[in-house]
Design a binder for this molecule. Structure first.
Ligand code: AMP
Length: 289
C-alpha cells in the first residue's frame, strides 16, 4: 500500500499542486466530504489510473472537507459523520498521493470572502428547490478546490446526478479547462446507494431504505415493458417509497442534462428520488432503458 500525505493548509496545497502541474505531471482530483465508502474509493481508484495515463506517473488527489456553505441552517452539518484517520488509510489503499483536509472552514472561507458561483436553471429544481443555497455552496467550493488543485481531470459520482450536471455546466460556462468525469453509482449488495449518511440509519431504517433503489428498479422495469408516462412512473416510485414509511421529498423524471421535466420517458431519461427516513435524507437515481 502506498502512503498518502496529508496537507491541511490551502496555500501549501496550492504550491504543491502548482509545482506538479508546472512540471508536466497529470493531475486527477476527487473532492469529497469524507467518511469514505466504496463509492468514494471507486472514484479514487479511477483517478489513480487516469492520472497515470500517458506513460509517466501522475498525481492522484483527494480532498476531504465538510463544506459548511452547502448546508442549510436546519440541515445536518453538525452531525455529518467524520473519521479522518480512517479516511486516510482508505485513501492510501486507493492509491491517493495527497489529501487536502483543511482543519478549519475559516481556512477556506477567510474573513472578507464574498465571491459565489451561481449556476442557473440546472441548479434550480429537485435538490436545488428543496435545499436553497445548496448548489451555490457546492459550485463555489468546487470552483475553489479546482483553483487550488489545478487538476486536468476531476471525478464525481452519478449518485449526486444534479450536482454532476451543475458542475459540468459551471466548468463549461466559466472556461475552467478541466475534464469532468462522472462515475457510476456504487451500491450495497441489496441495492441501497452507498452514502456517508447511511451511517445515521438505525437497523430498522437500514432495512427499509432499500425501498428507494427497488422503486427505481421497478420504474426501469415498467419503462422497459412500455410504460412511458412520466407521471405514472413517478407516482409508482412515490407510492413504493411512502409504503416503506419514508417521507418523499421528490420523485421526478427529467431530461438527463437539462433536468427539465419530460413529457415522455425516453431512453436515458433520469428518474431521481429524494426521501427522508427519520431525519436522514437519502437520494438516488437511475437512467431509464
Ligand atoms: P460526498 O462525500 O458525499 O460529497 O461525495 C463525494 C463524491 O463521491 C461525489 O462526487 C459523490 O457523487 C461521490 N459519491 C458518493 N456516493 C457515491 C456512490 N454510492 N457511488 C458513486 N459515487 C459516489
Amino acid at each position: 500500500m502506498s502512503s498518502t500525505e496529508l496537507i491541511r493548509d490551502p496555500a501549501a496545497w496550492q504550491r504543491r499542486c502548482t509545482a506538479a502541474r508546472d512540471g508536466g505531471t497529470r493531475i486527477a482530483l476527487v473532492p469529497t466530504m469524507g467518511y469514505l465508502h466504496d463509492g468514494h474509493l471507486s472514484l479514487m481508484r479511477e483517478a489513480r489510473l487516469r492520472a497515470d495515463q500517458g506513460g509517466r506517473p501522475g498525481l492522484s488527489l483527494a480532498t476531504i472537507f465538510v463544506n459548511p456553505t452547502q448546508f442549510g441552517p436546519a440541515e445536518d452539518l453538525a452531525r455529518y459523520p467524520r473519521d479522518l484517520d480512517g479516511d486516510l488509510a482508505k485513501c492510501a489503499a486507493a492509491g491517493v498521493d495527497l489529501v487536502f483536509a483543511p482543519e478549519d472552514p475559516a481556512a477556506v472561507y477567510p474573513a472578507g470572502f464574498q465571491t459565489w458561483v451561481e449556476v442557473g436553471e440546472v441548479s434550480k429544481g429537485l435538490c436545488g428547490e428543496r435545499r436553497p443555497g445548496h448548489f451555490r455552496g457546492v459550485a463555489t467550493v468546487v470552483a475553489k478546490l479546482l483553483g487550488l488543485s489545478r487538476p486536468h481531470l476531476a471525478l464525481f459520482g452519478e449518485k449526486d446526478w444534479q450536482q454532476l450536471q451543475v458542475l459540468r455546466r459551471m466548468v463549461l460556462d466559466l472556461d475552467m479547462g478541466v475534464e469532468v468525469l462522472g462515475m457510476p453509482i456504487v451500491r450495497e449488495p441489496d441495492g441501497l446507494a452507498m452514502s456517508s449518511r447511511n451511517a445515521h440509519l438505525s437497523a430498522d431504517e437500514r432495512v427499509r431504505a432499500v425501498a428507494i433503489s427497488r422503486a427505481l428498479e421497478e420504474a426501469r422495469r415498467r419503462a422497459a415493458a412500455g410504460d412511458r408516462d412520466p407521471r405514472d412512473l413517478a407516482a409508482g416510485i412515490t407510492r413504493a417509497v411512502l409504503a416503506a414509511g419514508m417521507r418523499v421529498d421528490y420523485a421526478e423524471l427529467v431530461h438527463p442534462e437539462t433536468l427539465r421535466p419530460v413529457l415522455r420517458a425516453e431512453p436515458g431519461t433520469r428518474a431521481l428520488v429524494a426521501a427522508f427516513l427519520g431525519r436522514t435524507r437519502l437520494i438516488d437515481n437511475v437512467a431509464l432503458p
